[in-house]
Design a protein around this ligand. Sequence first.
Ligand code: ADP
Ligand code: ASP
Ligand code: MG
Length: 424
Amino acid sequence: MALIVHKYGGTSMGSPERIQSVARRVAKWARAGHQLVVVPSAMSGETNRLLALAKQVAPEATTTEAMRELDMIASTGEQVSVGLLALALHAEGVPAVSYTGWQVPIATDNAYTRARIEKIDDARVRDDLAAGKVVVITGFQGVDGDGHVTTLGRGGSDTSAVAIAAALQATECLIYTDVDGVYTTDPRIVADARRLTTISFEEMLEMASLGSKVLQIRAVEFAGKYRVPLRVLSSFTPWEIAIDEEANSGTLITFEEDVKMEQAVVSGIAFNRDEAKISLVGVTDKPGIAHMILGPVADANIDVDVIIQNVSHDGRTDFSFTVHRNDYARTMELMRSAVLPKTGAAGLLGDDRICKVSIVGIGMRSHVGVASRMFRALSEEGINIQMITTSEIKTSVVLDEKYMELAVRALHKTFDLDQGPAAQ
Ligand code: ADP
Ligand code: ASP
Ligand code: MG
């Protein structure tokens, strides 16, 4: 008997029929003698619907008070899901009980809309498991030190599931979704993307941080920190398939580099359309300039991603950086009001029609010339690179958004990702 955490995403929970299918799958695992904790997301589209309602009432909900209410609203989608799933389990004859984040409780900090899990009290859950119940816990939400409901950022149910698995020292955390594993790139963009049977933790971390939304980055971080065995698999296989077959399907996130993976120089391609670029042109080049520009951005709690400062000419330089597109207007305003006057910059340019495309692979450590192959492939497609950043196992380029799909496809081909070493 093992303690297993299942997580089901929005599409997997998308209709009463889908929820019944999830219940049958969970019942199959429970009947096989396992203890089950299930973490569902809101039904597909529900979180968007709730946040759109909030936007209609308050288009600019940026104050802390307003963000608190956004979490109050957005968290309800998951509350409906857990209740429905528990009912569907009862209908299968499986004892089950549902909890919201604050009932467990799942303690978080108070950063509304992107809170971080700090501690999970496992007492209640363990009691229910010992009493033979399946425990169904809301994804995406928790409670701060003052009892306010918080949410964990979009896609946060992945993180709830992995954190719960870590707290309970579960044997495995299975992330059921609408694709049958982690692919070399998003199969919605490249039809011949291939499923990976395994991916190293480090590569998964990069893929997630660079935009592959199949797993939320904090979920991968948790898995790494607490060594939670993590697998991504499909909730769309027939629910009655054999448990052994199901348990070995999908993609396993591994913590040791195996020989097979070392053969691939590039394992995957990630992309992200959520960023915007801001440039200050003709900034006086003197010590402290980067801090003068980015200090106010950090103070406003805005995350900066790519940063480039050019070589200076005649004591002046250009300084560019990217932020999340949602923070674009706020950052531009900050530049105009607080930064431009101090830096003596000649101009301010902004572009919220950019994308970032990245190649990821631990094989890049031991191979030279990988980045230049990437640049050549893009130039052959006539795609101009606006910014470049590299680390040991990834190279990212910032491009005009309109070239995103072309770039991803070209790179997928250049690095032979359509030909494996992926799933058999
Ligand atoms: P869920 O609702 O189950 O959490 P998500 O929509 O958050 O599902 O994540 C699954 C989606 O992630 C897939 O449908 C796919 O389009 C997308 N995706 C992006 N990159 C990848 C990748 N490398 N491998 C698999 N899926 C990916
Ligand atoms: N329902 C939340 C969202 O749509 C959390 C999740 O699906 O993981 O972002
Ligand atoms: Mg998701």
